[in-house]
Design a binder for this molecule. Sequence first.
Ligand code: UD1
Ligand code: UDP
Length: 356
Amino acid sequence: MIVLCLGTRPEIIKMSPIIRALREKGLDYFVLHTGQHYSYNLDKIFFHELEIPTPKYNLNIGSGSHAEEIGKMLISIERVLKKEKPDIVLAGWDTNTGLASTLAASKLHMKIGRIEAGLRSYDRRMPEEINRVLADHISDYLFAPTKGARNNLVKEGIEKNKIFVTGNTIVDAVFQNLEIARRKVNTLNKLNLNPNAYFLATAHREENTDNKERLKGILDGLKLVHYEFNLPIIYPIHPRTKKKINKFGLEIPKGIKLIEPLGFLEFLHLEANAKLVLTDSGGLQEETCILNVPCVTLRNNTERPETIKVGSNILAGTDPHKIRAAAKKSLAAPANWTNPFGKGNAAEKIIDILVK
Ligand code: UD1
Ligand code: UDP
């Protein structure tokens, strides 16, 4: 029996192809949700849209400091694992949920499959980087999305026979849902937008949202981009960022339309039709690369260097003038790169390896 651990928006989306593959093969599994994300539009909406079964366990951990989230998760996950005694604990990514699931399983000497292993920003100020490094080093089967990720692991001394290059399950999720989104959703009409005539923005990373100067830099940068191109910027805002904008008393510049976070189908549709995406999200750097939409990353580094290499992504940081310059530069180049994250069969590869 396989237990699938998840807890946040991107984990639910990136786990959905694995669930589909397990179902198709008739394998025994259940979902363990930590409850790190719990607002309807960061959580349940994806279970409905992507037809994921209700978790057997929802630990309802909720929000807190890193120690609170991870500490509470560890205690509750251990209880479930001891009771269920799974053959494999499948967890992944770079969240507190990912680290806590892996650590709890490791202390019980259970076998751990780690999805999206080997990504490195080499920036230990990011909570995600600490989570990645620690979780990679205590896992048994490391599913690296690219050769670059595999090389990072090998350089850190992880045995080669533990590492499997599988591609990223986000490619599977995009391919499985893009056409459904095209048929089912009407978001452009709803927002009064024309294809290729708006920008899409998101930002939620701790190092950006919790620093007033950086957060203001992002908003000012978006304002400059709006004035440069005279196009609207649609920004589905993460609750963390909304809270911080209010706390710091920052104003939303004209031309930026804040909306509530969207479901995956609506968001994917908006993303696929955007002229350009500006973001600090990891998943969006991948998705834009898959969708052939240019991306400006509002960070100083990335653990997805493949996107920079193929030319889909430019790092801009949070300086407003650099954000505008990066937007101009990305729109000047043709969007004809090849996606380096796989063919859309990552989930199947991962399951086949685990079954073997
Ligand atoms: C987490 C991950 C981050 C990932 C992101 C995906 C960690 C360390 N961070 O960041 O890597 O990119 O999820 O979106 O695991 N909140 C709500 N409703 C919710 C969840 C959160 O309102 O359902 C608000 C709360 O005010 C909370 C804040 O968002 O304090 C931050 O939530 P948290 O889960 O700690 O981190 P994220 O910023 O969501
Ligand atoms: N996403 C979504 N609705 C939104 C914003 C993002 O469905 O309003 C999806 C997006 O398509 C991607 C994932 O959420 O698959 C990215 O999550 P996020 O940016 O929160 O986290 P990260 O990838 O940075 O860890």
